[in-house]
Write a protein that binds this ligand. Structure first.
Ligand code: FAD
Ligand code: NAD
Length: 476
């Protein structure tokens, strides 16, 4: 096997593997090095997203939502079900099966696309050389014209509640629990806290979420965040805001978590505690001295807008660089880099990155929040359309939430779209395209939407921005 490549990618997650595939599509010789091993010890491509993040969490969110709806919501459709039972081992083995199929799929894509897969550790040496240590311990030196670092991220550990892998666990372990905790504590009411809290709540856990900030979903549009808090609280998530965790003591049977809030010192006892307070860039043993690649004060690899590091021919993409830690953001960065390396055009529009929280209802946003637009001083208008007024949402018995569209007062450009409601994660794609094309609300107003679909709610929100909604009363 040749030890010289045009491109070596270190990391085979959703940032690294698309980089490798696009580089190969561009006619370059490519190797992708990845060291991931699953809890059973098996090596797999796909990184956090496929093995321990996006895919397994969505598999469980889907299964548990079906279980919940069958028990609580089918009767209204005239469907009575009795003897409904949870088979958690079967649910978990479906989750594991989906992960296996998806990660095997990457190996197959590499094979078909001509990418050389190398499973083990990669370390960048000066001069675009890479030291590769295979899982069996054998070591070789490789060289490349370009090296792309895509080493991802890892959960942040709290000093006050260090992981023990048994009672105090991270999100990966929380996805693979073999029994339903009676009382589940979660530190952090962020994306992971809310998604995993929903999974285990639907299966019967009492879920207590401790969030340090006084504001719920602090970076999300306030109107949306208020509605989300209302809906999630109604589902039984006990979300305690302004709760600063000071310690967690695990015994054989429980964890006692202490925290302070406005009322003073508090404590809560749970069976299992998930710590989900964000993730940090992961660069352990990635860079030998003298590579010229710099880390910033928070440990992210420093890059410019095109993901170039300071070292010639060395690039970095995904969670290990600045920006939101999202799989699709890493993928677009990887594709851009692979195209730039091949001398083609490449660009990422960082102003149009969608973000979705897969709770029920889903929460999906793109562009500026109302608070951000207000702070910018630009005059704006807002169109709001409630799913209560959508025929399709009524037919689905999914009328909670709304679409909120913010457009500039002067030239009508759409500045942000914020959706809480059924399949919001799918609906947001139209808004992303609108932002990508600098569309105006009139552009959306003049675009025909099939009836009856949920997407009509986006259309109606655009109409409502000019107080011309047909299907709802035009007020905010
Ligand atoms: P990673 O996926 O972390 O991949 C990095 C890979 O590089 C890993 O395989 C790692 O083992 C390997 N590696 C690291 N260092 C080396 C080295 N020196 N040598 C060889 N290999 C190395 N995002 C979404 O967009 N949508 C979601 O629904 C979503 N859900 C999530 C749910 C959970 C529970 C979690 C934890 C995350 C979720 N995310 C989601 C975030 C998403 O998983 C990350 O943004 C994404 O995985 C980042 O991709 P990446 O390729 O940069 O890094
Ligand atoms: P997050 O940043 O979304 O949320 C962390 C939360 O923990 C914040 O609300 C923060 O205020 C709180 N927090 C921080 N320190 C705390 C403390 N000491 N005590 C109590 N609360 C504290 O991070 P996350 O939920 O861990 O997710 C990590 C990353 O993974 C995110 O960047 C997210 O984008 C990504 N992710 C995305 C999805 C998705 O796209 N659907 C799903 C899961 C994860």
């Amino acid at each position: 096997m040749a030890d010289a490549f045009d491109v070596i990618v270190i990391g085979g997650g959703p940032a690294g593997y698309p980089t490798a595939i696009r580089a190969a599509q561009n006619g370059l010789s490519v190797a992708c090095i990845d060291e991931w091993k699953n809890h059973d010890g098996a090596a797999a491509f796909g990184g956090t997203c496929l093995n321990a993040g996006c895919i397994p969490s969505k598999a469980l969110l889907e299964s548990t939502e079906l279980y919940h709806r069958l028990r609580e919501e089918f009767a209204v459709h005239g469907i009575r079900a009795s003897g409904v039972e949870l088979d958690l081992p079967a649910m978990q083995s479906r989750r594991a099966g989906i992960v296996k199929k998806m990660t095997d799929g990457i190996a197959a894509l590499f094979k078909a696309g001509g990418v050389t897969p190398l499973q083990g550790h990669g370390k960048l040496l000066p001069g675009k050389r890479v030291e590769f240590t295979a899982h069996d311990g054998s070591r070789r030196e490789l060289t490349a014209k370009h090296v792309v670092l895509a080493s991802g991220s890892a959960p942040i550990e709290l000093k006050a509640a260090p992981f023990d892998g048994r009672r105090i666990i991270d999100s990966w372990e929380a996805l693979e629990l073999g029994s339903v905790p009676k009382r589940l504590g979660i530190i952090g009411a962020g994306v992971i806290g809310l998604e995993l809290g929903s999974v285990w709540r639907r299966l019967g856990s009492e879920v207590i979420v401790l969030e340090a900030l006084a504001d719920f979903l602090a970076t999300v549009d306030r109107q949306l965040a208020r509605e989300a808090l209302r809906q999630l609280t109604r589902q039984g998530l006990d979300i305690r805001l302004g709760a600063k965790v000071t310690g967690a003591k695990a015994t054989d049977g429980a964890v006692e978590v202490s925290y302070t809030d406005l009322k003073g010192e508090q404590s809560v006892t749970v069976d299992t505690l998930i710590v989900a307070v964000g993730r940090r860039p992961y660069t352990r043993d990635l860079l030998a001295p003298g590579t010229g690649v710099k880390l910033d004060e928070r440990g992210f690899i420093e890059v410019d807008d095109h993901c170039r590091t300071g070292a010639e021919g060395v690039w970095a993409v995904g969670d290990c660089v600045r920006g939101p830690m999202l799989a699709h953001k890493g993928k677009e960065e990887g594709i851009m880099v692979a195209d730039l390396i091949a001398g083609r055009f490449g660009e990422v529009n960082y102003r149009a990155i969608p973000s979705v929280i897969y709770t029920a209802p889903e929460i999906a946003t793109v562009g500026a929040t109302e608070e951000q637009v207000k702070a910018s001083g630009r005059a704006y208008k807002v169109g709001l359309f409630p799913f209560l007024a959508s025929g399709r949402a009524r037919a689905m018995e999914a009328t909670q939430g709304f679409v909120k569209l913010i457009a500039a007062q002067d030239d009508d450009e759409i500045l942000g779209v914020h959706i809480i409601g059924p399949l919001a994660g799918e609906l947001i794609a139209e808004a992303v395209l609108a932002l990508e094309y600098s569309a105006s609300s009139e552009d959306l107003q003049r675009t025909m939407h099939a009836h009856p679909t949920l997407s009509e709610a986006v259309h109606e929100a655009a109409l409502a921005a000019d107080k011309r909604s047909i299907d709802s009363i035009n007020k905010r």
